[in-house]
Design a protein around this ligand. Structure first.
Ligand code: NDP
Length: 487
């Protein structure tokens, strides 16, 4: 059992209330973590520490901030094995995935923003009338900011917020999901060893309704960056609206993969299978609706079902496991209910749909679920309309590309989509009409950290990534200098 404490003012401390939340290993059911249960009193301590630290961190030169953030990135690299194991234990994801995706990306997030701040430029405007003046734009950190992240890609998404917030010169009060708090705690240790001053990064663990809400309500928090479910995001946006502070919201998705009549199926089938089932389908960007031109439906479906059946669901620590287990049995129940809904609305389970048999004894009672493909589910079904966040896809036929666009845009979400075709002009026409934050053509989850990232409609407000994140975590002032009379 690993005890996870808050990190406030550079020290690990238990919760003020003295209580802990317990977390089981989702794959084995064994007791795993005892987590400090934070609330308003802990957030108030973190806020005091952050405000004091900001007096010097807020005016620390970018080169020095950059040096410390690069040292954090190196610290993450150096503890890759330990972090990957903790991430796999907390989430149930394959250890190999945590090693190859989650932890390297966390280090990349720090490296990216550490170097981005070295290349900042600011706008200036030469005014001629009614008098000569030079206007220049000053970018300044906000002060203390709140960062709240979910359980599916714990350290990856936690650092995607914290790295730009710190790089821009802010102090942070952050809360990871209480289901997956452990790598955030190790990050604090790494940050302290890298020389990050006390109080600059504070992590308060606990439940969303307690610790999370207290961060959003904290009077000195000047902005909130949130990634999580749409319902939670809506609540946080409402509160930030009342407080007149900005909120960046990265929320759920119900992403379509559009397979055109000329798609290269040798490329599309394995990549769409990856997009549907990577991380057990627990990525906001996962494809969950596959729209296939009717002329290719039979061929695509046969090949896709075979690809889903070829995936190994098993012990997250075993090298051969393609999928581990879901985050909890309660979440598996929700995913199973979505499958049942699809069937009761007229769909058919073509493969999967149940709990895998023949699991190794160590994980026999874990929250595992087979990769699942449903055919014939009507567009109106909740199984097609609502985010499932599990290894489940529905496949639908279309006749005209404009129908595919209508279907792709036919849910309340608008996070991402992928288009599979050899005709790039057609791909562009489709991409331009999709109501999404990201469209991939003949690829999926190919991420360049410089590009804006986010969703539209119920998938969120605001953009992360590159300059967008640095802009969110800073304020601008204009300075106007009179230049007097011309010579
Ligand atoms: P939740 O919305 O339940 O929780 C996200 C975070 O918010 C957690 O740390 C949670 O704490 C906290 N929280 C919950 N209630 C409040 C509150 N009232 N005030 C402040 N904080 C609160 O999402 P999940 O953790 O279940 O994550 C899955 C969701 O995240 C999916 O919908 C997925 O699509 C979305 N997501 C979106 C991404 C994007 O970039 N668009 C990327 C990845 C995931 P706790 O867990 O302790 O309750």
């Amino acid at each position: 059992m690993y005890e996870v404490d808050h990190f406030i003012n550079g020290s690990f401390v238990p919760a003020s209330c003295g209580t802990r939340l317990s977390r089981e290993n989702p794959a084995t059911g064994a007791p795993l973590r005892a987590i400090a249960r934070g609330g308003a009193a802990d957030v108030a301590k973190a806020a005091d520490a952050a405000q004091r630290a900001f007096e010097s961190w807020g005016c620390t030169p970018a080169s020095e901030r950059s040096r410390i953030l690069l040292a954090i990135a190196s610290g993450l690299d150096a503890r890759l094995d330990e972090l990957a194991l903790l991430e796999s234990e907390d989430t149930g994801k394959p250890l190999s995935l945590a090693r190859s995706l989650d932890i390297p990306r966390a280090a990349a997030n720090f490296r990216f923003f550490a170097t981005a701040i070295l290349h900042e430029a600011s706008a200036s405007f030469l005014t001629e009338r009614p008098a000569r003046a030079l206007n220049y734009v000053l970018r300044k950190p906000l002060g203390t900011v709140g960062c709240i992240s979910p359980w599916n890609l714990p350290l990856y998404l936690f650092t995607w917020k914290i790295a730009p917030a710190l790089a821009a010169g802010n102090c942070v009060i952050a809360k990871p999901s209480e289901l997956t708090p452990t790598t955030a705690a190790v990050l604090c240790d790494i940050a302290r060893n890298a020389g990050l001053p006390a109080g600059v990064l504070n992590v308060v663990h606990g439940l969303g309704a307690e610790a999370g809400q207290a961060i959003v309500d904290c009077p000195s928090v000047r902005a909130v960056s949130f990634t999580g479910g749409t319902a939670t995001g809506r609540r946080i946006a409402g509160r930030c609206g009342e407080r007149l502070i900005p909120a960046s919201l990265e929320l759920g998705g119900k992403n379509a993969a559009i397979v055109c009549e000329d798609a290269d199926l040798a490329l599309a089938v394995p990549e769409i299978a990856r997009s549907a089932f990577l991380n057990q389908g627990e990525i906001c960007l996962c494809s969950s609706r596959i729209l296939v031109h009717r002329t290719r439906m039979k061929e695509f479906t046969e090949r896709f079902i075979a690809a889903a059946r070829a995936l190994t669901v098993g012990d997250p620590l075993a090298a051969e496991s393609d999928l581990g287990c879901l985050i909890s049995k309660a979440h598996r129940e929700k995913v199973l209910a979505a499958i049942e809904r699809g069937v009761s609305d007229g769909g058919v389970v073509a493969t999967g749909g149940g709990i895998p048999r023949h699991l190794p004894a160590r994980v026999a009672g874990g929250a595992f679920l087979e990769p699942t493909v449903l055919l014939g589910v009507p567009q109106s079904s909740a199984c097609v309309q609502e985010e499932t966040f599990g290894p489940v896809v529905t496949v639908h036929g279309f006749d005209r590309h404009r129908d595919a666009v209508t279907m792709a845009n036919g849910t309340r979400y608008g996070l991402a989509a992928s288009i599979w075709t050899r005709d790039l002009a057609r791909a562009h026409r489709i991409a331009a009409r999709l109501d999404v934050g990201t469209a991939w053509i003949n690829c999926w989850m190919l991420r360049d950290l410089r590009v804006p990232f986010g969703g539209v409609r119920d998938s969120g407000i605001g953009r992360e990534g590159g300059n967008e994140a640095l802009r969110f975590f800073s304020d601008v002032s204009n300075v106007c200098v009179s230049l007097g009379e011309a010579l």
